[in-house]
Structures are given as C-alpha cells and as structure tokens.
Design a protein around this ligand. Structure first.
Ligand code: PMP
Ligand code: GLU
Length: 384
C-alpha cells in the first residue's frame, strides 16, 4: 500500500530526540539540552514586529510561488554583498525552510538511478531525501585524520558516469568543520569538468568562528553555472518555526524547478516572508549571534578538555561539537541513551549521521546549562 521508497525512509533522529528532550523539559525534568538543532533564544523582536504588521495589513494571501519580489531582491543583494555572488531575483526561490529548498533542488535534478555523493558524517536528511526521490546514495567517508574534511583525491575516485550531484555542507552539521577558499578550490578543480551539480548547503554560514570568512562554493571560478546554493533563516535568526529558506541557481534551473513549488506548497508562508525581509535588513544581529555562540563553544570545549574518554573536535562553525566517545566502550546509541537516563543530558548519537563511536553535542544553550552539562558528562564517564 505504501510507496516502497517511503517505507525505506528512517524517522529523523534529530527531530525525534529534540522532541523527546522538549517533552521531558515540559514535564519539569531538569534536562540539559545538548541535542537541540535550533538556537535557544527567541526570534528577535524586530522580526516578530514585521510579521505582526503583515498580518494587520492583510498580507495573508498566496504570494507568487517563488516568493515576493522584495524578498528575492533582498536575498540577491545579500548574496552579492556577503557571498560575492551576482544574482538577480530570477535566480532565487523562497522556500518553506531550507529543508524544502534542498528537496526541491534534489528532486528537480535527479532521475531514477542517478548517483548523489554525500560526504559522511552527513546531516540526517540528505540520504533520506535521495532515497525518497529514487536516486542512489554514494557515501564519501571523511576521516578524523583529515579533520573530517573531504579529500579531493577520494572524491575523484567515487565519481562515476552516473554521478549527478555532490552535496556540500559547511560549516558542517554534525562535525562543525568548515572549508577555506583554498580547500573549496581543490574540490572545485575535481568537479568542474565532470558535468556534476553541486548542492551547497550553507545554512550555518553566519556561525563561522575565529574570524574565519565563509566562502560560498558558487563564488569560485565558474562554479555558479553548476551550483545550487541553499540557505535559510532558521539558524541565524532563530526562526526554525517560521519555515523560511531559499535557494539560488542559474535561471534556467529556477524556471524548471519552480514548477515543483507551484504544485506542492504553492508558495512559502506570506507572513514569514515579511519577517524574513525584516531579518535581512538588519545589520547587527549576525555579529552578536556569532560572538555569543563562539563564547559558548569555548566554554564547552574548555570544560571537556581534561576528559580522556571523550575527545571533542574544536568546531570551526555551527553550534555542534562532534565528540569521539569510543574510549568509553559504549556505542554512540548506548552512550546517548544512558547519558540521558542517568544524568539527564540529551545529545544525538552520531550513528544517525553515519558515524559510529561519536556523539553530537549542541551548545545552543546558555552558559549555566553548559557548565552543568559538562559536570554531568564527566560524572557519567567517571562512573563508567
Ligand atoms: N541543512 C542543515 C545542515 C541543517 O542542519 C538544517 C536544520 N534543520 C537544515 C538544512 C534545514 O533547516 P530549515 O529547514 O529549518 O531551514
Ligand atoms: N537540523 C537540526 C539538527 O540537525 C534540526 C533538526 C532537523 O531538521 O533535522 O538537529
């Protein structure tokens, strides 16, 4: 009865554990939430005000399916100013979250049997989307010894005549690593003449630390012609529930794939689009958010530094810390389940990201909670 490709899908572990954590907190349990895939603070007031005004003036109807013109122009201006990408509004589609932008990009390009290269560890939804579409996943393991970065030589080896897409995600969920311009250029050199598309998920771009600059893959050489850049408002502006994302691509691709929006969601939420427009007009929020998360990263990292059995990778971006827990002798799943049961600390087991022996700790919580969580993790490890 059920579409066999749907039966193949796994539930999202990140959403499942996030929901469980929220339920426990609501029940009054003193859980330290290191599972969260969303910022802990509220959506900024200036964004909420824009949404309320949109409702009050009746901006509550369908919009053009690819989004309102002002927002698409604002996204194009942002991409030019911050990402060195020259696009017009005709290169942009506003979507119901970045997740749907990814789905539209993949569904728009892939045919049955096409291969999609997914560097692993990977964010949970990429393989499931590819499976749902009926294409084939080809995992490209990245190694701890390479700091979990794509090795261009290994990338070259997995490209076949059937390869259609390479998915890039940096700063990376779950590893927290990001790429310099030079590192990206090595990847560009491998893919540029192969007739492959790159879907570049840059949703964590603002959370790039230590004064490093985020570089968009599409800004390298001729990459713009074969890259779909995906981004959104969920992480930067704490707007996960508003469902606001976008993609930027060559206009012939936009013309084709916008038909998917026409016949599925019709358009993204009109009120959220006005909220997103207000978000893009702001100039200070991003720096504040970055500084706050970097401070939290440093606190969590120094707190865990003496811990022999848990080795944390220093995040270069995102609000995720990838930790090797293999020395505890527990699997990722057992580590995270027991940590929640015994010490009320939630985190995500990295088998969900295709990597056994690791867990993902989110530092999207305040400094007091981080300190409390560190103490509990250490106690959990010391008590074996
Ligand atoms: N890409 C990555 C890597 C993510 O972690 C998320 C988080 N949900 C998304 C895309 C999608 O974000 P959203 O749909 O909330 O815009
Ligand atoms: N992307 C976040 C995470 O990885 C939120 C949950 C989800 O969309 O998967 O936890």
């Amino acid at each position: 009865m059920i579409n066999p490709r749907v039966s193949l899908l796994k539930k999202s572990t990140t959403l499942k554990i996030t929901a469980l954590t929220k339920k426990l907190l609501k029940e009054g349990k003193d859980v330290v939430n290191f599972a969260a895939g969303e910022p802990d603070f509220d959506t900024p007031e200036f964004i909420k005000t824009a949404a309320k005004e949109a409702i009050d003036r009746g901006f509550t109807k369908y919009t053009p399916s690819t989004g309102i013109q002002e927002l698409k122009e604002a996204v194009a201006a942002k991409l030019q100013e911050e990402n060195n990408l020259i696009y017009s509004k005709d290169n942009i589609i506003i979507t119901t979250g970045a997740k749907y932008a990814l789905f539209v990009a993949l569904f728009g390009l892939l045919d049955f049997g096409d291969e999609v290269i997914i560097p692993s560890p990977y964010w949970v939804s990429y393989p499931e989307m590819v499976k749902l579409i009926g294409a084939n996943t080809v995992f490209l393991p990245t190694l701890q010894t390479d700091n979990f970065k794509i090795n261009p030589k290994e990338l070259e080896k997995v490209i076949t005549a059937k390869t259609k897409i390479l998915i890039l995600n940096y700063p990376n969920n779950p590893t927290g690593v990001t790429y310099s311009k030079q590192e990206l250029f090595h990847i560009y050199e491998v893919v540029k003449d192969k007739g492959i598309f790159v879907v570049s998920d840059e949703i964590y771009e603002v959370l790039t630390y230590d004064n490093k600059k985020h570089v968009s893959f599409a800004s390298l050489g001729g990459a713009k012609d074969f890259t779909i850049t995906v981004n959104g408002f969920s992480k930067t502006f704490s707007m996960t529930g508003w469902r606001m994302g976008y993609l930027a691509a060559p206009s012939d691709i936009i013309n084709e794939i916008s038909k998917i929006i026409d016949h599925t969601t019709s358009c993204a939420c009109s009120i959220s689009q006005q909220a997103a427009l207000a978000a893009l007009r702001d100039k200070n929020w991003k720096d504040n958010v970055r500084a706050k998360f970097q401070e939290r990263r440093d606190l969590l990292l120094s707190g865990l530094s003496g811990c022999d059995k848990l080795r944390a990778l220093k995040p270069e971006g995102t609000f995720y810390m990838f930790c090797d827990v293999s020395r505890t002798g527990l699997s990722s799943f057992d580590f995270s389940t027991k940590l929640l049961e015994r010490e009320l600390v939630s985190c995500i087991p990295a088998d969900a990201f295709g990597k056994e022996g690791f867990v993902r700790l989110s530092f999207s919580t305040d400094t007091q909670q981080i300190s409390k969580g560190v103490k509990r993790i250490k106690r959990f490890i010391n008590n074996g």
